[in-house]
Write a new protein. Structure first.
Length: 545
């Protein structure tokens, strides 16, 4: 009971493909009947981790293959032995039914599964090192692995066996690049490094110290390990060496009972900076070290007793003056101390006047007390407020003597104590900001400071061998003006409710310059001192409401 090849023969009576009767149909008719069948589309349950979805198989690229299904039916109809077997089992539905041939488009299956499970896909989060401001310790935020559903593997499995009605989609973990386990040793080392560190200067009894938090500021704890902060290490080293150094003191004069008495030079001992900095950096990064000794070297005076000039033979070259009416008692103390420190200072021929060298360190041990200073964009309480009154007055005298300026700094905003000679001022800060001018007069210079606390006036005089030159300093020329910003109000919970206290005062901003003209045997030359004042807002502290 064979059938001819092609679409002209008919399929065996009673034959079904899936649930579709195709018996007696030509292959073409059978293909047409099978095409577009939707009643046979199964539901597929997809499981990924703890989530499941049930979706039509067609959504996952599943479809009936009519041509392949009919080809199987044709083959069954043409196979006489098989057909006899089918006929001999009439009445038993399975024997008369051939399965639908199905297929899965793997690319479509993968795309559909990726959309289905996209909420499960997460990127890993690295562990993070941070400094806990409550415990003052380094700590870790744990890492979180990412998750990657493997849609490709599930799509391949479905394409290999389209009869599946349950698909298991593997979800693999995606480890973080930096895990807590990896970073924990760095955190532990960073915390061990955070300890007090004592510093001494070799050959002296001088000592300094850093607190644990100050040491912690000298390095970073990074993913790659401990990373020294070279900028803060250098700044801490400069501060410590400034505290420890005992620079040589040149011979000078001292005022005793209204007459000048010669004071001999004193040798000193200072930090050997290259060796000491290397030792300091090594100690900071070694948790077993609690102290470090800075290498030192001798500091020799540049001016000896025998080199001091006869003050009776010196001439007045220039003078500078300023007033400080309205200063606080603390500020007046610092003006008096600083004026006394520079009084009698001698600058050798060809040498350099250094205000900080003449002054010594700005410390309580050197006689200085707390006062208002400009720091961090605010007028705040600090050590040595009022010292700049003396540096400004010294600058005015030395500048009018025609000395070349090698270092000069300005204040952030206009300071009323230095008016009306706006811009004709010099700010100093220990350490780091100095006032320096070179002695080019051809002979030694003697600095004399005259402070009158009762009249709130200060005068600095420069004495020496008067050079043959004329110096003229012009008044300031203002190039730009910027009005001050609106006032700022800051809550201070230590004040009573409704109380208001002004802690900073408004100042307009200016760009200005002062021109100096020097006439001597070499001719006429000019230079400028430029100043740029920031606009400054008033700041009020107010009590909580």
């Amino acid at each position: 009971m064979g059938l001819a090849a092609g679409d002209t023969g008919r399929l065996a009576p009673g034959l079904m493909v899936g649930s579709v009767p195709v018996g007696g149909l030509t292959p073409a008719e059978a293909r047409a009947r099978l095409t577009g069948q939707t009643s046979a589309i199964p539901q597929v349950t997809v499981q990924a981790g703890k989530k499941t979805w049930t979706v039509p198989a067609a959504r996952l690229g599943w479809s009936v293959d009519p041509a392949a299904s009919v080809a199987a039916a044709v083959q069954a109809s043409q196979n006489r032995d098989l057909w006899q077997k089918v006929r001999g089992m009439v009445g038993q539905a399975p024997s008369r039914t051939l399965p639908l041939v199905t297929r899965v488009n793997e690319a479509r299956a993968r795309a559909a599964l990726e959309v289905l499970t996209r909420d499960l896909a997460t990127r890993p989060k690295n562990a993070a090192i941070f400094f806990d401001k409550v415990s003052h310790r380094y700590a870790l935020k744990p890492d979180q692995p990412g998750r990657r559903p493997n849609a490709a593997a599930a799509a391949r499995a479905f394409a290999a066996d389209p009869s599946q009605t349950r698909l298991s989609l593997p979800v693999t973990e995606w480890p973080a690049e930096h895990t807590a386990a990896e970073l924990r040793p760095h955190v532990e080392r960073g915390n061990r490094l955070m300890r007090p560190l004592t510093v001494k200067l070799n050959g002296t009894d001088r000592a300094g110290a850093l607190t644990a938090l100050q040491v912690a500021d000298l390095y970073w704890v990074r993913e790659g390990g401990i990373e020294p902060d070279e900028r803060t290490i250098r700044a801490a080293f400069d501060r410590l060496s400034g505290e420890l150094d005992q620079p040589a003191r040149n011979a000078r004069f001292r005022n005793e009972g209204g007459r000048l008495v010669k004071v001999p030079e004193v040798s000193g001992r200072v930090t050997d900076r290259q060796k000491a900095l290397a030792a300091f950096r090594g100690a900071v990064l070694d948790p077993a070290r609690a102290s470090v000794v800075f290498a030192s070297k001798a500091s020799r005076p540049g001016l000896k007793l025998a080199d001091l000039p006869d003050p009776g033979k010196l001439e007045l070259i220039a003078r500078g003056s300023s007033t400080y009416h309205g200063s606080s008692p603390e500020r007046r103390t610092n003006v008096a101390v600083a004026a006394a420190k520079i009084h009698g200072y001698v600058v050798p021929e060809g040498g350099e006047f250094s205000f900080l060298s003449a002054l010594g360190s700005i410390t309580p041990e050197n006689g200085f007390v707390g006062g208002l200073i400009i720091s961090g964009g605010r007028t705040v309480e600090g050590l040595g407020g009022g010292v700049c009154q003396v540096s400004t007055t010294a600058f005015r005298a030395l500048y009018q003597a025609g000395l070349p300026v090698t270092e000069r700094h300005q204040h952030s905003y206009r300071v009323g104590y230095y008016e009306p000679e706006v811009g004709f001022e010099a700010a100093v800060y220990d350490p780091g900001l100095d006032l320096r001018l070179k002695n080019d007069t051809g002979g030694p210079l003697f600095v004399k400071a005259i402070n009158d606390d009762a009249k709130s006036t200060l005068e600095v005089q420069v004495w020496g061998i008067k050079p043959q030159r004329k110096v003229t300093v012009s008044p300031a020329v203002i190039h730009r003006y910027t009005p001050h910003p609106p006032a700022q109000y800051v809550v201070n919970r230590t004040l009573a409710s409704g109380a208001v206290r002004q802690v900073d005062w408004a100042k307009d901003g200016y760009d200005l310059s002062i021109t100096r003209t020097i006439k001597d045997a070499k001719g006429t030359r000019t230079d400028q001192t430029k100043t740029s004042y920031q606009p400054w807002r008033a700041v009020y502290e107010v009590g909580p409401r």
